[in-house]
Design a protein around this ligand. Structure first.
Ligand code: ATP
Ligand code: MG
Length: 341
């Protein structure tokens, strides 16, 4: 029996996670849920603690976490998001951010050219280094002489393991994306690690793009991509472009992984979407697809494929929430998927 820790979180998080849990139940895989429904902004505002040590231990002891969204406009400080998401990411060393982008239906593509529509790629973003470690500082803060510095950190260890992961999961090709023509030191390290990984995987093709060219190609011809691997900040941006060309933020799933430890935290790419929270129009597809990634990693490959097929069919039939042109509410869209399982 696999225990899945569930953190519904804030805003539309609980709404879409409920649909993901109901859908997993329908698959009858014998999964058990440990729901931490008190890990949210209300608790943070009341106690000042986002994720207490006891909850952190519950998460650490399970192999799989399903998360809705963390974020609330009432919380001004970055301490909340850092306390939950970044704590999990850094302390559990979830160094892989794995984001598939596959067009569910032609109708959802914002791209005009037919040739650009069949997007089916995976963006692998380094999740623990780069610009987002908080390293840096400011001289003369608040004055007209302020100098602000954020360190863009790449280690050999961190870079080597993320490019190796990319080659290990690629079907046919890895495209490494950097800005080595302008960012000299990190660029050099990424180039070295990428070439070494490519040499270890002669069965996989390998190419390189600068991030500006990669962003353009993602829009003009995303069909050429299989696996893209890049650093934390370029991955942040490219994976959002990929989810947009693949049908929109409500449909995109992601996994934060430590492959060596067999640990994964799965979450929809969208956030808490406070503008639509409580309106019962949130699209549950991103959350349900994230649950699909989770069960796939637990070895339930057939069930994961069935889930994907059910989602494609429901979307093709127009049985969706308004963001995809349908008229169903969140539960109705979840039911439309479950009815096809
Ligand atoms: P956060 O700070 O938690 O990320 P946000 O204000 O950035 O919140 P997002 O959740 O990132 O909001 O979403 C951006 C926009 O996309 C929202 O305005 C929302 O209307 C739309 N959106 C996001 N997720 C969904 C969804 N599941 N279904 C429908 N619309 C969505
Ligand atoms: Mg957001």
């Amino acid at each position: 029996m696999s225990v899945i820790t569930v953190i519904p979180g804030d805003g539309i998080g609980p709404e879409v996670i409920e649909q993901a849990m109901l859908t997993l139940d329908r698959l009858q895989l014998g999964l058990e849920f440990d729901v931490l429904d008190h890990v949210n902004a209300d608790t943070f505002l009341r106690t000042g603690v986002a994720l207490c040590d006891e909850d952190f231990e519950r998460v650490r002891s399970s192999r799989s976490v399903l998360l809705g969204a963390i974020g609330d406009p009432r919380v001004g400080s970055p301490a909340y998001g850092r306390g939950v998401l970044l704590r999990l990411r850094f302390e559990l060393d979830l160094y892989v951010n794995h984001r598939p982008a596959k067009l569910l239906h032609d109708r959802l593509s914002p791209l005009r050219a037919d040739s650009a529509r069949a997007v089916d790629c995976i963006v692998i973003r380094e999740n623990t280094e780069g610009l987002y470690t908080g390293a840096g500082g400011s001289v003369h803060p608040g004055s007209e002489h302020e100098i602000a510095l954020d360190v863009d950190l790449s280690t050999y260890h961190g870079t080597a393991r993320i490019v190796e992961y990319a080659f290990s999961i690629a079907r046919r090709e890895v495209c490494m994306v950097d800005k080595a023509n302008a960012v000299e030191f990190g660029g050099g390290l990424w180039q070295r690690c990428w070439r070494a990984a490519a040499a270890r995987h002669p069965d996989k093709a390998s190419r390189h793009l600068y991030v500006d060219a990669a962003a353009m190609q993602m829009v003009t011809d995303p069909t050429g991509f299989d696996v893209i691997v890049t650093n934390n900040s370029y991955g942040d941006i490219l994976s959002d472009i990929a989810s947009a060309v693949a049908g929109g933020i409500g449909t995109a799933a992601s996994a934060n992984l430590n492959p060596e430890r067999g640990f994964g935290l799965y979450e929809p790419v969208h956030g808490s979407a406070p503008d639509i929270a409580g309106k019962d129009i949130a699209n549950p597809v991103g959350a349900i697809l994230s649950a699909g990634l989770l069960i796939g990693d637990l070895g339930h490959h057939e069930a994961a494929a069935a889930l994907r097929a059910a989602i494609s069919q429901a979307v093709a039939a127009g049985e969706t929430t308004p963001d995809l042109g349908g008229s169903l509410d969140t539960r109705g869209a979840g039911e439309a998927i479950r009815a096809r399982l």
